[in-house]
Ligand binder design. Structure first.
Ligand code: AMO
Length: 445
């Protein structure tokens, strides 16, 4: 281990210096440091050359002499030894007086596919995605994934603080969870299997297994024939399932609590990234809850907008968000009580009206980011419902088994990570919030 550490820091070759990240430099004024990163910009003023060095934490100005930068090109990976100096005129008010620069990663390109160091000349999204690792070098693109990373941390921490436990469930599965034909098939030795559309069954089964409160952060696969700004064929699902609940409103409370926790967290740890995108997140959010029927009425009477039976379409999502923003000054709205006919077979019917379910969607700034609800927890009722949906209970033996052994009232929800990221940063295409997007046309990089 000691040997490994030494090799990693390369102390001997680097005058005994440990690598410092750019965002730590303010603690090293007037000291000699070792920096590593990429050449972001070169400004040659003939008597002196300014280089902007970029690492994962930021950008710093290097002051070099001409002979120190021989053969240096944009995006070379370099190691730099120099002294940290304060300079009122330098961006960030500190700069590095360079003693030595060494190229540790050569550049072999003729021309960069697009500019990395300028906010202007933004290449088309498809070009950026074609060259994903190059586009990610742009600080404003990296910022999206810093925010996404922090969403994930907040989700995990919020739930762990509430006695939830993280699970990882199988993605190669035997049968559909959400219904419909939108599944990818996979050859599984001599059988056909599918890629999971959602960890739905497994998260419920884990509640029944005695874990009671679980969450999963994992990929979900949808073979949907939608090539739109809000659909992916592989996305990250933030899934939650809770045992011993009273009703679906408890789940909405839990999700509302998460949104508040998240916004506070992002306001603390992603200040720079939010500023880059000019985003101002409120510290407190009260999310109105309206039934789907009320939403239909509002859309019809206020906007003359007819909705599909048992749902609202994407135009309806935008209009209902507009209404809630004007009336409650809130970017979110829970729509509740979806009809039985529009929800999967595991959804608990409403206590008062058996045509409705104890389910909900969360709409954020014109886009559905969550579906959730209470589930049927009675074995016989679930089995009957599977038959009512025209399915064969034998296909669901593995799922139904848990329900024979005292399944508590339970429910949960799932949030699409990329959709949430996209909406927080007001991006216009879900692919921008996806590190390696998979859509109907894209299977590389
Ligand atoms: P649903 O199918 O509504 O519900 O999915 C939940 C959330 O996942 C995201 N999402 C998608 N994101 C990008 N591209 C897609 N093609 C895509 N499809 C879904 C959305 C959506 O709101 N098992 C239930 C959840 C539950 O009840 O716990 C389910 O998967 O943000």
């Amino acid at each position: 281990m000691a040997q490994l550490k030494r090799a990693f820091t390369n102390d001997k070759e680097n005058e005994g210096l440990k690598r410092v990240f750019i965002n730590e430099l303010k603690d090293y004024t007037n000291q000699k440091v070792l920096l590593r990163g990429w050449v972001h910009k070169i400004t040659d003023l003939s008597h002196v050359v300014f280089i902007r060095l970029r690492d994962k934490s930021g950008i710093i100005q290097l002051v070099c002499e001409k002979n120190q930068i021989k053969d240096l090109r944009l995006e070379n990976a370099i190691e730099v030894i120099g002294t940290v100096c304060t300079n009122e005129k330098a961006p960030g008010k500190i700069e590095i007086q360079v003693k030595k620069i060494e190229i540790v990663g050569n550049a072999y390109y003729d021309k960069l596919p697009f500019e990395i160091n300028s906010l202007k000349n933004k290449a088309a999204l498809e070009t950026q995605l074609d060259h994903r690792t190059i586009s990610l070098r742009r600080p404003e693109i990296r910022a999206i994934f810093k925010v996404q990373n922090e969403i994930e941390s907040a989700f995990r921490n919020y739930l762990k603080e509430r006695n939830f436990e993280q699970i990882h469930t199988a993605k190669i599965i035997d049968s559909s969870t959400e219904g419909g034909s939108e599944m990818f098939t996979v050859n599984y030795f001599d059988r056909r299997s599918f890629l999971a559309q959602s960890p739905q069954f497994y998260k419920q089964m884990m509640v029944g297994a005695g874990l009671e409160r679980v969450f999963e952060i994992g990929h979900a696969y949808r073979a949907e024939l939608h090539n739109t700004w809000r659909h992916l064929n592989e996305y990250v699902s933030l899934d939650v399932e809770v045992g011993f609940i009273k009703d679906e409103f408890e789940l909405m409370d839990l999700e509302e609590g998460f949104i508040n926790y998240l916004f506070n967290h992002l306001n603390k740890v992603c200040k720079k990234e939010l500023e880059m995108y000019k985003i101002d997140l409120p510290n407190e959010v009260f999310i109105p809850r309206i039934t789907l029927e009320e939403a239909h009425d509002i859309l019809l009477y206020k906007y003359n907008k007819k909705s599909p039976i048992g749902n609202i379409d994407s135009e309806g999502e935008v209009l209902i968000s507009k209404y809630v923003k004007e009336k409650y000054n809130c970017d979110f709205v829970f729509l509740t009580k979806y009809p039985v006919s529009k929800r999967p077979m595991y959804t608990m019917p409403d206590d008062k009206n058996k045509d409705l379910t104890k389910s909900f969607d969360l709409i954020y700034d014109g886009l559905e980011i969550t579906t959730g609800g209470q589930r049927i927890n009675d074995y016989q009722m679930l089995k009957d419902n599977i038959i009512k949906f025209g399915l064969n209970p034998d296909d669901f033996d593995f799922y139904l088994e848990t329900f024979k052994y005292g399944m508590p009232p339970h429910g949960g929800f799932a949030i699409g990570l990329e959709r949430l990221t996209m909406k927080i940063l007001k991006l216009t295409n879900i692919r921008e919030a996806t590190l390696i997007p998979r859509d109907m046309k894209r299977l590389t990089p």
